[in-house]
Design a binder for this molecule. Structure first.
Ligand code: NAD
Ligand code: UDP
Ligand code: UDP
Length: 317
């Protein structure tokens, strides 16, 4: 009989930004972690410090193909998350979300393992309800450049709920809002890493559109707390549950903060707004507060401070 601290845990996408922090957390609390990744956007560097640890294993594998391993719990994080990466090979992005979910759900079904899906605020698309609660069905373009990601993730949620209803699988669905922190890829293309790298290099900061669009940024440590709480929550707490920091900022405010915190002389320039870029995004986290007893603790200034220190070190080396 196994119990918390003694699980064999599979983390797909475990060599990515969030996945590697999750592997750290699980190894630290004594779990036996199998990290599966095809290194599409992730890197061995993110988990290099874990490689000698007997509680950690790394397997190169693409989740669009079946996977036969023996585990007790599955965190399904495999999927490129940055718009430039998920739009680079959109067919593969949809396959990763949909075929990947089918394979991991099939694996969970054979093993009767609990499985958690890393879903996204993108299931709400460009929302007309603000902030977004879990019962909002979203406003998503099914045929645009973001659709491979948004619709792929929506279909994955559908599959999770169908395996729950049809096969009585123990599922958890968390909807992650914009998260940032150390180990974001410097060329990842997401706004926080782009702005910090540009500020540290003294380059122009490229604001897409007029910069009045908003996002709500969650620091990675807070996010991982919530993911672990969600996995450990009672069986009837299946979600979907929003996880994010409700503090909302415009991209102009973010650029100003990053220039101030880096002490950079960078100026900002405006570039065209990408198609279907959501205007506003802010999580309603009432459910996470009540059901998981969770709320974010790290302010944007503090989290940016940690992230800037990480990129400063990375760019120097
Ligand atoms: P990331 O790109 O750093 O990590 C994704 C990982 O999945 C990478 O290591 C990549 O190599 C791996 N991967 C991609 N396709 C794969 C495949 N077919 N088979 C095996 N591995 C594959 O991105 P991230 O920010 O760490 O995101 C992790 C998960 O969290 C994703 O599912 C993403 O959709 C979700 N998410 C992230 C955010 C965020 O703000 N970071 C927000 C919402 C949802
Ligand atoms: N699968 C897997 N590992 C397993 C069991 C299943 O990768 O240990 C994959 C396999 O590709 C299968 C998919 O999960 O097609 C869905 O499995 P399920 O049992 O739901 O359906 P099946 O297609 O086997 O009828
Ligand atoms: N953005 C920007 N400059 C950049 C990268 C992104 O102004 O270098 C904007 C982008 O248009 C969007 C917001 O920042 O409005 C967040 O973009 P990101 O790609 O980080 O995440 P997502 O759009 O998926 O929330």
């Amino acid at each position: 009989m196994r119990h918390a601290g003694d699980w064999r845990v599979l983390v797909t996408g475990g060599a990515g930004f969030l996945g590697s922090h999750l592997c750290d957390r699980l190894v630290a609390r004594g779990e036996d972690v199998l990290c599966v990744d095809n290194f599409y956007t992730g890197s061995k560097r993110n988990v290099a410090h874990l490689l000698g640890n007997p509680r950690f294993e790394l397997l190169r594998h693409d989740v669009t193909f079946p996977l036969y391993v023996e585990v007790d719990r599955i965190f399904n994080f495999a999927c490129p998350a940055s718009p430039i990466h998920y739009q680079h090979d959109p067919v593969q992005t949809t396959k990763t979300s949909v075929h990947g979910a089918i394979n991991m759900l099939g694996l969970a079904k054979r093993l009767r393992a609990r499985i958690l899906q890393a879903s996204t605020s993108e299931v709400y698309g460009d929302p007309e309800i603000h902030p977004q609660p879990e019962n909002y069905w979203g406003r998503v373009n099914p045929i645009g450049p973001r659709s491979c990601y948004d619709e792929g993730k929506r279909c994955a949620e559908t599959l999770f709920f169908d395996y729950y209803r049809q096969h009585a699988l123990e599922i958890k669905v968390v909807r992650i809002f914009n998260t940032y922190g150390p180990r974001m890829h410097p060329n990842d293309g997401r706004v926080v890493s782009n702005f910090i790298v540009q500020a540290l290099k003294g380059e122009d900061i490229a604001i897409y559109g007029d910069g009045s669009q908003t996002r709500s940024f969650c620091y990675v440590d807070d996010l991982i707390d919530a993911v672990v709480l969600a996995m450990d929550s009672p069986a009837d707490m299946i979600g979907p549950v929003n996880i994010g920091n409700p503090d909302e900022f415009t991209m102009l405010e973010l650029a100003e903060k990053i220039v101030r915190l880096t002490g950079s002389k960078s100026r900002w320039v405006h570039q065209p707004l990408p198609q279907d870029d959501p205007r506003r995004r802010q999580p309603d986290i009432s459910l996470a507060r009540s059901a998981l007893g969770w709320q974010p603790r790290v302010s944007l200034d503090d989290g940016l401070g940690e992230t800037i220190a990480y990129f400063r070190h990375l760019l120097r080396s």
